[in-house]
Design a protein around this ligand. Structure first.
Ligand SMILES: [Zn+2]
Length: 224
């Protein structure tokens, strides 16, 4: 469902470009608004969310799909956690739908899906691992945080802006993106959350038009 946001980027409390292929990680406080903007179009922003106070309580694709009875994510979708909490709600979406079935690319899946010599290529799973291991240094001494994160904590993800349609007979296909330059998705945090993005470096499938590009992330306070 296409919906615009009334929030003004000039009033954002945080505004950052995530370069193509790079990870990004930050806490988003309850009530804050979080926007991911596809700067050049057809970029996949692979994203994980955790309860900022309990990292065992994390985004669950299964619970999200079952609760909303729909496989695509868009305006109105409540992003559910593994312990049944609403982490965030999508409040604006100018792209139309986002995937949570396709998973994140990995060196192992690159090898299986494309060719043995693709194994060395940078993949989202490595960006996620790098981000959470770096976070283990950042989180020390913070006001709140969960236990240390490692590779086992990287589970279900959302592929914002990624087009993974399911055919009438249930086939899953990876197609050219439906996003375009300037399209965005915006969420309201329903609790304090920790967000991790892998701005997908994939060069072997059309999820990002074979051309990884930057995305922009913005955060607003509730009063903005
Ligand atoms: Zn990827």
């Amino acid at each position: 469902m296409l919906t615009q946001s009334a929030l003004d980027p000039a009033r954002a409390v945080y505004d950052q470009i995530v370069p193509a292929g790079e990870p990004w990680m930050r806490e988003i406080l309850k009530g804050q608004y979080f926007r991911i903007l596809d700067l050049e179009g057809n970029q996949a922003a692979d994203t994980l969310f955790y309860n900022a106070h309990d990292y065992d309580d994390r985004y669950s694709a299964q619970d999200t799909i079952r609760e909303q009875a729909n496989i695509y994510l868009t305006t109105g979708t409540k992003l559910m956690s593994s312990k049944g909490n609403v982490l965030l709600t999508i409040v604006a979406d100018t792209c139309g739908r986002h995937d949570t079935l396709g998973g994140a690319c990995a060196t192992e899946s690159n090898m299986v899906r494309y060719a043995i010599d693709k194994r060395h290529m940078h993949a989202c799973r490595q960006s996620f691992v790098k981000a959470v291991l770096d976070w283990n240094h950042v989180r020390v001494g913070r006001r709140f945080s969960g236990a240390a994160l490692d590779k086992r904590d990287i589970t279900h993800n959302i592929n914002f802006f990624m087009n993974v349609p399911v055919t009438p007979d249930g086939k899953l296909t990876f197609e050219d993106g439906v996003s375009a330059p300037g399209k965005y998705v915006e969420m309201r945090a329903e609790m304090d959350v920790l967000a991790v993005i892998s701005n997908c470096p994939q060069l072997n499938n059309p999820c990002n038009a074979y051309n990884p590009t930057p995305v922009r992330v913005l955060i607003w306070d509730p009063t903005s």
